[in-house]
Write a protein that binds this ligand. Structure first.
Ligand code: TXA
Ligand code: MG
Length: 314
């Protein structure tokens, strides 16, 4: 349903009645329930088919809502909030004892973010309470950057889908934990270099991040079509005709379908269309998707992370 004042009010009423609603954010679409309603949060896990050990991100409108879900905000956390909120940074902070354990999968911490998308903010305001929301896709699948992606994968199982067109950033938020020492748990829409410019080096050992962020599971973000990361120009031409190719830029002949993320190789532009391109290639039902490796800096790091996990499904 198109996001308007009336449909946002209706979505908020559904949330307050224990419903589960999909809504747009600047990163990807989220599948939301009130964070303080454990029964509704349980429905999120059920709808996604997500193992219940995987904690949810809690979305807040302002400091008042933040104070309801966290036990405290360190000066370092405050500094990152001042710099990056509202926006695509998720911080892992000590949780308030009243926040349901289901939301944080029993952890002593909560992942929290203040979104910038006007519809997400309007929904938080109308609901008047923090909203727990993972990305609105079946567990392990491609993240949705359009309402149509949500409708196709989960449509009949959610109470309402607010449609505000394509997500502007197109990749999930960057997740940072601050204790015991600042660490990158998931590369995302804010380049790690930008965060390090603010607070210094982040620990980034993916093996260490894994138990802490199941978005860090080796197999994740995967299309149904087998995907491999390979320089498409090195693929024999007879192997190309049954496959689709995802290119950062440039061209490659002989593939059944080609998706180019940016004419100029711009990583921000590429990230914005990244999941959309994978959804489109996946929908063609080809035998394989060949994905060109991304440069491992800036937003290329987050895209390469997603591709590596998608490839691990095979
Ligand atoms: O951009 C985004 O972050 C989107 C939009 C909807 O906000 N949300 C999103 O949520 O990507 P989700 O659930 O798909 O990914 C959240 C990740 C998961 O990998 C989860 O394990 C991790 O955050 N996470 C949540 N709480 C955590 C915690 N307390 N400690 C460590 N990791 C946590
Ligand atoms: Mg997700």
């Amino acid at each position: 349903m198109r996001a308007t004042g009336a449909s946002v009010a209706r979505a908020a009423a559904l949330l307050r009645a224990g419903g589960v609603v999909a809504f747009p954010t600047e990163t990807v679409y989220g599948l939301g329930a009130l964070a303080f309603d454990p029964a509704a949060a349980a429905r999120i896990f059920e709808i996604k088919g997500r193992p219940s050990f995987d904690p949810l991100i809690v979305h807040v409108l302002d400091d008042l809502m933040l104070a309801q879900v966290v036990a405290g905000v360190s000066p370092l956390a405050r500094r990152l909030m001042d710099r990056f909120w509202p926006g695509a940074l998720t911080l892992v902070l000590p949780k308030d004892p009243h926040l349901p354990a289901l939301v944080t999968a029993g952890l002593a911490t909560v992942a929290v973010r203040r979104p910038s998308h006007p519809v997400a903010r309007a929904l938080l305001e109308a609901a008047g309470a923090p909203i727990a929301a993972p990305s609105a896709n079946p567990f392990g699948g491609l993240s949705p950057t359009r309402a149509e992606h949500v409708a196709a994968a989960l449509g009949d199982r959610v109470d309402l889908i607010l449609d505000a067109g394509p997500s502007e950033l197109g990749l999930e938020s960057t997740i940072v934990a601050l204790e015991p020492e600042p660490a990158l748990l998931r590369a995302g829409s804010i380049a790690v270099e930008e965060i390090e410019a603010e607070i210094g080096p982040l620990e980034r050992r993916p093996d260490k991040a894994q138990p802490r962020a199941p978005g860090g599971l080796p197999v994740h973000y995967a299309p149904r079509t087998p995907l491999r990361v390979v320089d498409p120009h090195s693929v024999a031409s007879e192997e190309r005709s049954a496959a689709g190719v995802l290119l950062l830029q440039g061209d490659c002949e002989g593939y059944a379908a080609v998706r180019r993320l940016s004419e100029s190789g711009d990583l921000r532009e590429a990230a914005a269309g990244f999941f959309e391109a994978l959804h489109a290639l996946d929908a063609l039902g080809l035998g394989r998707i060949d994905a060109q490796p991304m440069p491992e800096h800036g937003l290329g790091l987050a895209m390469m992370d997603r591709l590596a996990r998608a490839a691990a499904r095979r």
